[in-house]
Design a protein around this ligand. Structure first.
Ligand code: ADP
Ligand code: MG
Length: 313
C-alpha cells in the first residue's frame, strides 16, 4: 500500500520557541490517522504546514507525491480541510453554504445539483436546505462543515478536532461518515482528544509539546508501550489511595480512572501487595484486578516518562 502522506522531520519554530520538533509520520492511502496530544502540542501547526499556510522551519513533507512547500497548486484540489472552528457562514442557509464552497472549488453548475443532494443525504440534512446555519445544532453544523470540506471530492482530508463540543450520538454519526470516506479510498488525518475515537483509527501518533512520543496502531500501542502492569483498584478514598500509591517505589504511577484508580506497577507485583499496603494505611479496598492497558494508560505512561526525562536532563 502506498503512502498518501509522508512527513519527514517537520519542524516549526516561532522565535526561539519550538512548536513542532522533528515530527515524522506516514499515512497510507485510505487510512485514518489519529493525531492526539494535549492543547498546545502542535497538532494545528502541523496541519497548517501540510496545507501550505505556513512554511516549515526545516524538514519536509509530501502529499500524493507532491511537496507540501512547493507544489501548492497541484495539491489545492486534492486536499479537504475542516478547521477547529468549522468555517461555516452562520447567517447563510445550509444550501447557500454548499453553493459557496462549490463556487470556491469551481464545481460546474450541473454537477453541483447532484453533489448537494449527495452531501445533504450523507450529512443527514435533507429537508433542511433552507435553514439558517446559526439555527442548526452542533452535530448538524459539524456534518455540514464536513460536507463543505469534501464538495470537491478530495483524496486527502484533514480534520482538526472536528468533534469538539458535539454530543455522543452526533460524534458516532460523524465517525460513520469518516469510515465510509476511508472505505472509498480517502486518506484522513484527524486530531482528537477523545480516546474512543483514537481507538477507531488505523494508526495514531501521540504528539506532546512538539514531540511525537509514540506512533503505532492502537492495539500495538496498548500491547507494547507500557513496561509494567496496570491494576484497577476500587477503594473508599481514591484520592488518599493515589497519594499513598505514589509513595511506593514499585508503583510507577496512579491516577483516577472512571469510578476507580489505575495503578501502574513494575512487572511482577501482586494485587495482594497493593491491597495489603492500602489496608495497612487505613483504606478500605473493595476490589483489585489486573487489567489490560487502555490507550489512556498508554498516554499517561508516555507523559510520565517524558516528564522524568525532563527532570533528569
Ligand atoms: P494544538 O493544535 O496541538 O493545540 P497548536 O499547533 O495550535 O497546538 O500550537 C502549538 C504551540 O505553538 C502553542 O504553544 C501555540 O501557542 C504556538 N503557536 C502556534 N501558532 C503560533 C504563532 N503563529 N506564533 C507563535 N506561537 C504560535
Ligand atoms: Mg489545535
Amino acid at each position: 500500500m502506498e503512502n498518501a502522506i509522508e512527513i519527514r522531520n517537520l519542524t516549526k519554530t516561532f522565535g526561539d520557541f519550538t512548536a513542532v520538533n522533528h515530527v515524522s509520520f506516514n499515512v497510507k492511502k485510505g487510512q485514518v490517522f489519529g493525531f492526539l496530544g494535549p492543547n498546545g502540542s502542535g497538532k494545528t501547526t502541523v496541519i497548517r504546514m501540510i496545507l501550505g499556510l505556513i512554511n516549515p522551519t526545516s524538514g519536509s513533507g509530501s502529499i500524493l507525491g507532491f511537496d507540501i512547500a512547493g507544489d501548492r497548486e497541484k495539491l489545492r484540489n486534492s486536499i479537504g480541510y475542516m478547521s477547529q472552528k468549522f468555517s461555516l457562514y452562520e447567517e447563510l442557509t445550509v444550501e447557500e453554504n454548499l453553493d459557496f464552497y462549490g463556487g470556491v472549488y469551481c464545481i460546474p453548475h450541473n454537477r453541483m445539483k447532484e453533489k448537494k443532494k449527495e452531501i445533504l443525504k450523507m450529512a443527514d440534512l435533507s429537508g433542511r436546505e433552507k435553514m439558517i446555519v446559526s439555527n442548526l445544532s452542533g452535530g448538524w453544523k459539524q456534518r455540514l462543515a464536513l460536507g463543505c470540506s469534501i464538495i470537491h471530492e478530495p483524496d486527502i482530508l484533514l480534520l482538526d478536532e472536528p468533534t469538539g463540543g458535539v454530543d455522543p450520538i452526533a460524534r458516532r454519526q460523524f465517525w460513520d461518515i469518516i469510515y465510509n470516506l476511508s472505505k472509498m479510498g480517502v486518506t484522513i488525518l484527524v486530531t482528537t482528544h477523545y480516546m474512543d475515537e483514537a481507538e477507531h483509527c488505523s494508526s495514531i501518533g501521540f504528539l506532546y509539546y512538539g514531540n511525537m512520543l509514540s506512533m503505532d496502531t492502537p492495539n500495538n500501542m496498548k500491547e507494547n508501550v507500557i513496561d509494567g502492569d496496570i491494576f484497577e483498584i476500587k477503594a473508599d478514598e481514591p484520592l488518599k489511595s493515589i497519594e499513598l500509591l505514589k509513595k511506593k517505589n514499585w508503583v510507577k504511577d496512579a491516577s483516577v480512572y472512571g469510578a476507580g484508580i489505575h495503578a501502574m506497577t513494575e512487572k511482577g507485583e501482586m494485587p495482594y501487595d497493593l491491597e495489603h499496603y492500602l489496608v495497612q494505611n487505613g483504606v478500605a479496598v473493595q476490589s483489585i484486578r489486573k487489567v489490560k492497558p487502555s490507550l489512556e494508560d498508554v498516554f499517561v505512561f508516555l507523559v510520565e516518562k517524558e516528564k522524568r526525562k525532563g527532570v533528569m536532563n
